[in-house]
Ligand binder design. Structure first.
Ligand code: B12
Ligand code: SF4
Ligand code: SF4
Length: 312
């Protein structure tokens, strides 16, 4: 099989397994990203996520993760839900990416299936699968491969599908045919920067995690800083504001993934959120990505967003 034929198999198998798209970049040192990552870390924009300071070299060079790597395949997996009462004004809100089962497992299972299919069709090769789980600069790779462009909100955007999708990668020691990058279509728009309630997008494509509601509600342990607590309402897990205002997300269409159907918490009133027991929480959130943040921190967020100082 020629590399061209193998690349066609890769793309058709990815679509068969439910990915929106698969694109290829040559595995090499991310020279243009090194100074940006360094600057981002030096300014402390990683907030409490100290793990982002580790494996600096591996983060920039996929050949240190998979010896002999020749291609980085970037894939997009849609998580945009059917619009519903969930998004009604006044309810505690959860970011759309966490509505259903944990994407780390759901998307990784699909990646393993893709890898099996490729091993059978194309022949054996060394490979590793990644979904938000290792030192891989997922958006930088996706941008290089032409899967989309990095928007001013720092998320990967696609003209026809917006940004409500997960990124995943296959790093392989096989030379698939690389794709070309696409152009940036943000133009003069600044809606995400203007709409962010905490001014977390400090420059186009640069997010200061210390100011981001997503970081505060999901990652931060202990008490919330006053200025973050005051800005949460109605978000109690993650934040979608800089995606909701993005004009390209008018093109988002709902996913067809049963595992991403929302858990039982969808029916919860504010009182249910406040009084939930550990058992009720586990039952309602099941294996959602929110389960890892835990009930205590989510109830801390509920009190900050809907407590005395932030009434509904
Ligand atoms: C840490 C992290 C976060 C942090 C920090 C976010 C950030 N923007 O870096 C927090 C907790 C805030 C976060 C929040 C969210 N995240 Co997050 N997050 C990650 C993670 C694990 C690492 C990102 C990283 O390496 N950041 C470090 C910085 C330096 O990297 P970078 O932003 O890619 O670098 C670019 C810019 O910062 C720029 N830059 C940096 N410095 C400078 C300086 C100048 C002068 C210039 C011009 C540019 C520039 O250069 C790079 C351009 O490519 C990735 C998964 C992964 N392994 O990549 C998911 C990931 C980015 N997150 C994701 C999601 C879904 C979210 C949320 C939408 C979740 C939510 N609804 O609450 C929010 C969105 C908030 C936002 N606007 O970014 C998805 C995004 C999918 C997509 N379509 O892009 C990812 C890819 C996970 C996945 N596998 O799907 N996240
Ligand atoms: S996720 Fe929310 S807080 Fe974070 S940058 Fe986007 S709009 Fe701002
Ligand atoms: S809201 Fe505008 S500036 Fe922000 S990512 Fe979308 S198109 Fe780009």
């Amino acid at each position: 099989m020629t590399p061209g034929e193998a690349t066609s198999v890769l793309k058709s198998e990815a679509q068969r397994l439910g990915f929106m798209d698969a694109r290829v970049a040559r595995a090499e040192f991310l020279a243009d990203q090194a100074p940006k990552l360094e600057a981002w870390l030096n300014q402390g924009f990683q907030g409490s996520m100290r793990y982002l300071e580790n494996h600096f070299d591996k983060r920039l060079d996929p050949r240190l993760l998979v010896p002999g790597a020749q291609s980085v395949v970037s894939l997009a997996f849609n998580y945009f839900p059917e619009p519903s009462a969930l998004e009604d004004e006044g309810r505690p809100r959860v970011a759309r990416y966490a509505y259903g089962e944990d994407y780390h497992r759901v998307v990784k299972d699909r990646l393993f299936e893709l890898l099996d299919a490729l091993r059978t069709a194309v022949g054996l090769f060394e490979a590793r699968c990644f979904v938000d789980s290792a030192p891989v600069m997922e958006r930088a790779w996706a941008e290089r491969s032409g899967l989309g462009w990095v928007g001013k909100n720092s998320l990967l955007l696609r003209k026809n599908t917006g940004s409500y999708f997960f990124l995943a990668e296959l790093i392989v020691d096989y030379a698939f045919v690389p794709d070309a990058p696409v152009t940036d279509h943000c133009g003069t728009c600044t809606r995400c920067i203007d709409a962010c309630p905490t001014q977390a997008i400090v420059a186009p494509q640069v997010v200061d995690s210390n100011r981001c509601i997503s970081h505060a509600t999901i990652e931060l342990h202990g008490a919330l800083p006053r200025e973050m607590a005051d800005a949460l309402h109605p978000w109690v897990f993650g934040c979608d504001i800089c995606q909701e205002v993005c004009p390209w997300n008018r093109h988002s269409t709902p996913h067809h993934e049963p595992a991403f159907a929302p858990g039982g918490w969808v029916e919860w009133s504010l009182d249910d959120w406040r009084s939930a027991s550990t058992a009720a929480f586990q039952d309602a959130f099941g294996t959602s990505a929110a389960a890892r943040t835990g009930l205590d921190r989510i109830q801390r967020n509920v009190e900050a967003a809907f407590g005395q100082s932030n009434p509904t």
